[in-house]
Every structure is written in structure tokens, then in C-alpha cells.
Design a protein around this ligand. Structure first.
Ligand code: PHB
Length: 390
């Protein structure tokens, strides 16, 4: 009995100490940020650009967000949906991060969103456009600094319709992003009186395009819409030009087809038209300062992924400022992340109730190593957020 009586105060003391460590972690000490991004595979360069952009913003704030130091934890998700749940749990359960930032690939991001909901962890998505995440899966703890797959696709469909395209074909990888991007394109094109005569797909991340290019040549559509990104986009644009198709059938796409890829694509991408929420030469004080700072920090030019990483940090900072860095004020923090306009290199944008950017979609043209602004294809485009109930 004696030993039990002695043991209880010790246990209670230990529990109290543990609880107060938990409470302190909410209000002081470093904020633990879990970066789950692709650092290998076809999207590797995209992951690096996102991390660079995120860290650039944090550095500009003196290394702090909401007055708190930042501690990073990193996982290479390999753009591999089958490993996504294990990978995200390393950050949530092993590293006990306060905030998840990721990822690029929609299939991986869907697993992250599920885990974030199940564990009530904050999630900021710096790329993956899976429509469902700000649709049926939307939640107060999830926001996106990028786009929904529907957005740039829809804008390109509208532009193609205005250009008189009547018969188009689409080509993409068979996964959520490709399917949703081409669906958005089809919707925009049909508004302008055109239609998609055939959707071509191949498994992610395959790059054996030859048989599909032969089929395009045989069908002779008025235009082709392609969703590819990273290494796959480099190869596709080069193969399309090598087959001579770019001389007779315009190749359109969401801007991912030519973003961060132009040095490698060279002549094959020149004069291509794409739609996206960013253009390299936007002549604003914010974009000029961002591009200069990025080039100095990383000895390379930023792209849309770097912008999205930068803005993911800004969105998080907006929330943390509103609560003075106190993570225990979760509802207030989540609400402030959504309510504050973001002063982005792409131009100022707001977040919808579902947590997705409401933003201008630009028509861009490739000139040299830049995606140059041509016009606003669709102003303040909001994702329809079909199925989102908050
Ligand atoms: C996606 O999987 O949602 C995705 C990947 C790369 C992009 C855009 C979207 O460039």
C-alpha cells in the first residue's frame, strides 16, 4: 500500500508535466512544419521549387511565422499514392508536426487530406489540384495556395472556344489531375460551341507517347489539350514537336505544360499558348521583388510552383498572426487563414469558403525561357466547389 501511495503523486506529477509541455508547444517554441513533397521522380523539381518558395517567405520574416521559430520535417512522397498514408503518418504521428504542407500529386494529396481530417491536423496544399479536396472533402483545417485542377483547364477551354476550335482531342496521364483538368477544358470548350472528340490517356508517369501521337495525327483535330507536368511535360512537348504535329495542330494546355520546363524544352515549346494563374513577366512590384529575391537565394528562376510555396507560407503566416502564434486557438487561426487576402507574386487573391484561391487565369505565350502574359483569360475564377459543405 505504502509504495502505491508514494507512486501516485509521482505519476500525477509526470502527467502534469507532460500536459504542460503540450500546452507550451501550442504557444511557444518552434512551430513544427511537415513538408511532404516529391523529391524524386517526374515531379521532383516541382517539390524543390515549392520548398524554396516556402522557405524564402519564412526567411523574409526573419525566420519566423506568427512570431515563432520554424522547425522543418521532410518526407519524400515520390508522387506515390500507395505510400502516401504511411508517409503522412510519419509526419503526423512520429514527428508530431503542427502543420502539414504538401503536396504536388493529387492522388497523394487525397490521402493527406483524409489523414489531416482524421487527425484534425492543419493542411496547406501548395500544388495538388484534386477537385475533391475543396469539394466533397473540404474542411476548415484544409486550404490550398494553388488551384483546383478544374480552374486552368476551364480557362483554356474558354480560350480555345474563342479561337474557333470545334474538334479537340485531349491527352494526359490517367489519374485524378489529368481527368479533372481535361474535364475542365471540355466544359470551357463546350460553352464556346466546340467539343472533345477523344480523350487519350496513359498511366502515370509513363512517357511512351508515340502510339498516341500517331492517333492524333490520324484524327487531325483542330487542337490538342495536354495535361503533363515536370519531366513528363518536357518529354511530351519535345515529342509533339519532333513528330511535326505542332506545325499543323496547336498544342494547348494548363500552364504546367511549360512551367519550370522551358530550358529543357527549348525550341519545341516556342510560341505555345497556355493558361495559368501566374506568368513570369507580370510587371508588378511584388512579382519583381519576389523574382529578384528568389534568383539571389537559389541561383535559378522561380516558376509557378515556387510562387505557390511562397504563398502557402503567407497563408499560414496570416493565420498565425491573427492568433499571436497560439496554435491552441485553432478555429480562429483556420478562419483567419481563409479570410485574409494574399499578396501574391501572381497578383492579390482571396480564398473561397472551401479554401481554394479565387484568382485570375492568364493566357500566356512562350517566348524564350519565359511564359509571357498575354491577357486575362478569365477574371477572378472561383472553383465551383461542387459537393463542399462546411
Ligand atoms: C496534380 O497532381 O494535381 C498536379 C501535379 C502537377 C501539376 C499540377 C497538378 O503541375
Amino acid at each position: 500500500m505504502q509504495s502505491i501511495r508514494l507512486a501516485w503523486p509521482a505519476v500525477a506529477g509526470a502527467l502534469l508535466a507532460a500536459a504542460s509541455i503540450g500546452a507550451t508547444a501550442q504557444t511557444s517554441g518552434p512551430i513544427k512544419i511537415g513538408l511532404m513533397l516529391p523529391y524524386s521522380g517526374t515531379y521532383a523539381a516541382l517539390g524543390t521549387a515549392i520548398e524554396n518558395g516556402f522557405k524564402l517567405y519564412v526567411q523574409e520574416q526573419g525566420g519566423k511565422l506568427g512570431g515563432r521559430e520554424v522547425q522543418y520535417f521532410k518526407v519524400d512522397d515520390e508522387s506515390e499514392p500507395a505510400k502516401a498514408t504511411d508517409n503522412v503518418n510519419k509526419l503526423i504521428k512520429r514527428d508530431n508536426v503542427d502543420v502539414l504542407v504538401g503536396t504536388v500529386h493529387s492522388g497523394v494529396a487525397l490521402a493527406m487530406a483524409k489523414a489531416a481530417k482524421d487527425n484534425n491536423t492543419l493542411l496547406v496544399i501548395p500544388n495538388a489540384g484534386a477537385d475533391a479536396i475543396t469539394g466533397p472533402m473540404c474542411g476548415p483545417n484544409i486550404v490550398r495556395s494553388s488551384f483546383s485542377n478544374w480552374q486552368p483547364g476551364y480557362a483554356m477551354g474558354v480560350v480555345a472556344g474563342q479561337k474557333g476550335v470545334k474538334r479537340a482531342m485531349t491527352i494526359t496521364w490517367a489519374y485524378a489531375a489529368g481527368a479533372e483538368s481535361t474535364k475542365g477544358f471540355t466544359e470551357g470548350l463546350e460553352k464556346g460551341g466546340g467539343k472533345v472528340i477523344k480523350d487519350l490517356t496513359l498511366p502515370f508517369p509513363n512517357v511512351e507517347f508515340q502510339a498516341l501521337l500517331t492517333e492524333i495525327a490520324a484524327q487531325k483535330p483542330d487542337a490538342v489539350y495536354a495535361f503533363f507536368a515536370g519531366g513528363g511535360a518536357v518529354k511530351f512537348v519535345k515529342d509533339y514537336a519532333a513528330a511535326g504535329l505542332n506545325k499543323t495542330i496547336p498544342l494547348y494546355g494548363p500552364g504546367f505544360l511549360t512551367d519550370g520546363t522551358l530550358e529543357a524544352q527549348g525550341a519545341s515549346a516556342q510560341n505555345m499558348l497556355t493558361t495559368l494563374h501566374y506568368a513570369d513577366n507580370l510587371d508588378t512590384a511584388k512579382n519583381n521583388a519576389f523574382r529578384k529575391a528568389y534568383a539571389i537565394a537559389y541561383k535559378s528562376q522561380p516558376d509557378v510552383y515556387a510562387v505557390q510555396g511562397y504563398d502557402a507560407a503567407q497563408i499560414l503566416a496570416n493565420g498565425l498572426k491573427a492568433v499571436g502564434g497560439d496554435l491552441s486557438k485553432r478555429d480562429q487561426l483556420s478562419a483567419a487563414m481563409r479570410k485574409t487576402a494574399v499578396d501574391s507574386p501572381r497578383g492579390k487573391f482571396t480564398l473561397s469558403a472551401a479554401g481554394n484561391p479565387v484568382q485570375d487565369m492568364y493566357l500566356r505565350e512562350v517566348k524564350g525561357n519565359n511564359n509571357e502574359f498575354r491577357s486575362v483569360a478569365v477574371k477572378a475564377l472561383a472553383d465551383p466547389a461542387r459537393g463542399c459543405k462546411l
